[in-house]
Design a protein around this ligand. Structure first.
Ligand code: GCU
Length: 427
């Protein structure tokens, strides 16, 4: 009865374009995708600082010791699943060249073995480090979609031995080389004194409904004492990033205290979950991560929880689906995922023609993470007014919305490089 009444009021408000004055019900019409700002229904976000006993977090210590673990656990339980503990990672340098890219870079290709018992479970990591830089260098770390050889046209990069995204029927060939290089401005990164580290996300789990059967959720289940359905594909990819971090800690040419984890889209969701789960990541960058990433779940705009759970059920745990028709019942919202990064620097980026990812929802999420940064004396975005396109803003949390479509572009990278240099005092 109550639901019927709510639906009637909702119907009247929406029919007359009165979405913004509508009562704050916890749920929007979950089967409908809304791309009209005037139809957004008011919502109430969980207060990131309110503890279970009703009092509010007042100190950084309370956040770190009490509230942060509590909220982190809610994300594990309700969305991404268990983040298994580390395993001892062995590695073998398959190839290295101290004079790569015409003398610009040191290239290394390293195979990580994730199962101490054998060599069948592995991930292939590609590193380019600036050649003329003394001492360990800061790096960007991001997974790639299509294989390491696609990030740059360098004939020495090994072709992936896996089937690759999106079809999973094909393998990389010589003609795949550099096909995604617009997303990886390697030379620009190197010339700014930083390195780039990547691996293909298929090395941990192929991005398809049955991918878990051959990925680490199955092959490492005994070792990790975690059943495949206790975590999702995003969890597996994020855990993989942590294992790459284990290697980076051993590589004396990399400054493991300065690793910026980044990713686009589903790999942006992955970067955020990795950054929340593993505090060794010094900067976290979300490039158009959208639903299940930076975008607020309770805001009815663009992709919805129901939609993502229908299209990509294997990315998350099954409990997430129980919120499909009642997002307001989710004990967390995505601003709290961003808050888990505090006090580390965080960059959230959107694109104007990527409304599916809900740029405003990504921006507002960053706004609402700021109270946690304030506990550490760090300023977040410093405003709650969405900036104009191509006008990056922020302090310890930064944000931009650029012109263009869903992608990662040179413009995005220019901002990330600038941000990393500022945050880390790189000249
Ligand atoms: C789909 C999906 C998004 C995701 C995106 C991507 O559009 O709905 O949630 O971010 O793919 O990964 O490119």
């Amino acid at each position: 009865m109550i639901t019927k009444k709510k639906n009637l009021i909702r119907f009247i408000c929406l029919s007359f374009g009165l979405g913004t004055i509508m009562p704050a019900f916890s749920q929007f019409p979950s089967d409908t995708i809304n791309l009209n700002e005037s139809r957004v229904i008011p919502y109430t976000l969980p207060d990131v600082l309110r503890m279970t006993d009703g009092t509010r977090v007042k100190t950084a210590g309370q956040w770190m010791n009490v509230q942060r673990p509590f909220i982190y656990h809610l994300f594990e339980e309700n969305i991404y699943g268990r983040f298994p503990p580390a395993v001892p990672v062995r590695y073998r340098v398959r190839e290295s060249d101290r004079d790569a890219l015409g003398g610009l870079a040191i290239r290394k290709q390293v195979r990580l073995f994730l199962n101490p018992g054998d060599t069948t479970v592995f991930a292939d990591v590609l590193l380019y480090l600036p050649k003329n830089k003394k001492g360990p260098v800061p790096v960007f770390l991001g997974l790639n979609f299509n294989g390491n050889a696609t990030i740059i046209n360098d004939p020495s990069v090994f072709l992936s031995e896996r089937l690759v995204f999106p079809q999973y029927r094909i393998r990389n060939t010589d003609s795949s080389r550099g096909t995604k290089s617009s997303r990886w401005p390697v030379k620009e990164i190197l010339s700014n004194g930083m390195g780039i580290v990547t691996a293909c996300y298929s090395d941990f789990e192929e991005d398809r409904p049955e991918g878990w059967r051959t990925g680490i959720r199955t092959t490492l289940q005994d070792l990790l004492k975690t059943k495949p359905d206790e975590w999702g594909a995003i969890g597996a990819w994020a855990w993989g990033l942590s294992r790459i971090m284990d290697y980076l800690e051993k590589d004396k040419e990399v400054n493991a205290g300065k690793v910026a984890v980044m990713g686009l889209s589903r790999l942006g969701k992955t970067a955020l979950w990795a950054g929340a789960s593993d505090t060794r990541f010094g900067i976290v960058i979300s490039n158009e991560s959208g639903e299940g990433g930076a975008a607020l779940a309770r805001r009815w705009y663009g992709e919805t929880v129901k939609k993502i759970n229908t299209s990509f059920p294997y990315w998350f745990v099954s409990k997430y689906k129980t919120y499909n028709d009642e997002v307001g019942a989710l004990p967390v919202d995505q601003h709290e995922l961003l808050a888990l990064i505090a006090p580390r620097p965080l960059y959230v980026a959107s694109a104007e023609n990527d409304q599916w990812s809900d740029p405003k929802g990504e921006f507002l999420s960053a706004v609402h993470a700021a109270p946690v940064y304030a506990l550490f004396g760090k300023q977040g975005l410093g405003t709650d007014i969405m900036p104009a396109v191509n006008h990056p803003i922020g302090h310890r949390i930064a944000y931009h919305i650029r012109t263009g479509i869903h992608d990662i572009t040179f413009y995005d990278w220019e901002q990330y490089i600038k941000f990393a240099k500022e945050q880390w005092g790189i000249k």
